[in-house]
Design a protein around this ligand. Structure first.
Ligand SMILES: [Zn+2]
Length: 429
């Protein structure tokens, strides 16, 4: 039993935002109030919030353990303040059956630093042809309710229709990596910068085409659709209109699409290569507006580790992806809360409550209240730090934020009443 003392509790699920003590006994919060006695953990000056939930990570296990493992990814997640993460199925073999999703789920439990909820593949082998055995994954130990072929879009309207029809029976959700399959042979956002650099472009319309197709199918089937890493003004507008119409759609945005533009690619540094690509300022502005007006529901990192030898190539030949778990909070506070685009409470909603709701994980996202699991983050909202790629906990170093100053740093992460991170370091308990 211990008490988090004197912190500012920011709990969107209950609307609380004030200084309170939080008593934790066993795996639960048992009391929230003023001047609670008992063994204390000093949280004065810190924020106490529900632990973060990441709908979109790549942990590379099985098959890509030189980049990340479920253990190293769990450590990076805990260091970033996360208590739950959802690894995407583009592993080798892919998470397209009960055996593989159960392995990932169990391995997450063994490591025990964050709850690991694997997302299942939409198509068998992620080949975009026939549906994967979704019911089998749903009935497995991992209880999979989110499905995606992320890394690739669901290639045809026919397959997406079948997938949406299938998940509506289990109240599942299809997560779309929205790119038109025939417009994917580029290296970066298509625009002024790609023209100057002479790199083949990925047009913004590619995302819009796929999102609009999927919205039509979500309307037809009544099923739940979630757009991963939304990156363009037109796609945000399409989601806004679909929501207004009552279609069951949600979407996420990554920290890197908010903090960086295609100008970064002028360095030809492959750490800025990502799918969807970093867009122009007009799109970044539209993403921030989409956050401010509530169109964009959640922040998700798309944490995509790659070993140095893979990224240390000419831009054209390097793989897409960036690590992001350990910098997400800092980017959100620096890019969204500091300039007044959203409140701290909304930031906690986008990092925790909204993704927990989309995932369907009632143990996460709060409320910070008696009888609820103690899955919490404690962070210093004022600490300014400089990102050092070599100091990251992830097995990979491919951050686009190396050398960047961020404000806001995790002090403690608590999973079911136990510290996974204590005083900024992994707690080996
Ligand atoms: Zn993706």
């Amino acid at each position: 039993m211990f008490v988090l003392k004197g912190g500012r509790v920011v709990d969107p699920a209950s609307g609380v935002d004030r200084q309170l003590d939080v008593r934790i006994d066993g795996d639960q919060v048992v009391e929230v109030g003023s001047s609670l006695d008992g063994k204390g953990v000093d949280c004065r000056g810190a924020i106490v919030a529900p632990g973060f939930v990441d709908l979109h990570v790549h942990f590379r296990e099985p098959g890509g353990e030189d980049a990340e493992t479920i253990e190293s990814g769990s450590r990076a997640a805990a260091m970033g303040g996360y208590t739950a993460v959802c690894p995407m199925p583009n592993t080798d073999p892919p998470q397209d059956n009960a055996a593989v999703v159960d392995y990932v789920w169990r391995r997450g439990r063994e490591v025990g630093l964050v709850d690991v909820y694997p997302t299942g593949a939409v198509s068998a082998g992620r080949r975009g042809e026939a549906l994967a055995p979704m019911r089998e994954m749903y009935n497995s130990v991992a209880r999979v309710r989110m499905f995606s072929d992320d890394g690739d879009p669901v290639p045809t309207a026919r397959l997406m229709r079948r997938a949406l029809e299938y998940v509506s029976a289990i109240d599942g959700v299809i997560i779309e990596h929205a790119e038109d399959p025939s417009l994917r042979d580029g290296q970066m956002h298509e625009g002024d910068v790609s023209a100057v650099l002479g790199l083949a472009g990925l047009p913004a319309a590619s995302e819009e085409i796929c999102v609009v197709r999927d919205i039509a199918l979500a309307r037809m089937t009544g099923a739940r659709l979630h757009i991963a890493h939304i990156s363009t003004a037109e796609a945000v507008d399409a989601v806004r209109r679909a929501k207004a119409e009552g279609i069951r759609i949600t979407c996420e945005v990554t920290p890197h699409h908010l903090a960086l533009t295609d100008e970064a690619v002028r360095t030809f540094d492959a750490n800025f290569k990502v799918a969807p690509p970093l867009r122009s300022q007009r799109h970044v502005d539209a993403l921030k507006e989409g956050i401010a007006n509530g169109t964009i529901d959640a922040i998700a990192t798309d944490h995509a580790p790659h070993p140095a030898h893979a990224k240390d190539k000419e831009f054209d030949y390097a793989p897409c992806g960036m690590v992001g778990l350990e910098t997400a909070l800092g980017v959100v506070l620096t890019e969204l809360v500091d300039p007044g685009i959203i409140t701290l409470e909304r930031a906690m909603d986008m990092l925790s409550v909204a993704p927990a709701t989309i995932l369907g994980a009632p143990d996460h996202g709060g409320p910070v209240a008696p009888g609820h699991p103690a899955n919490l983050v404690v962070f210093d909202p004022e600490e300014t730090w400089t990102v050092d790629a070599m100091a990251l906990t992830s097995r990979s170093r491919n951050t686009p934020f190396s050398g960047r100053k961020l404000r806001g740093r995790v002090i403690h992460t608590i999973l079911r009443g136990e510290f996974s991170v204590r005083d900024g370091e992994i707690d080996h308990g």
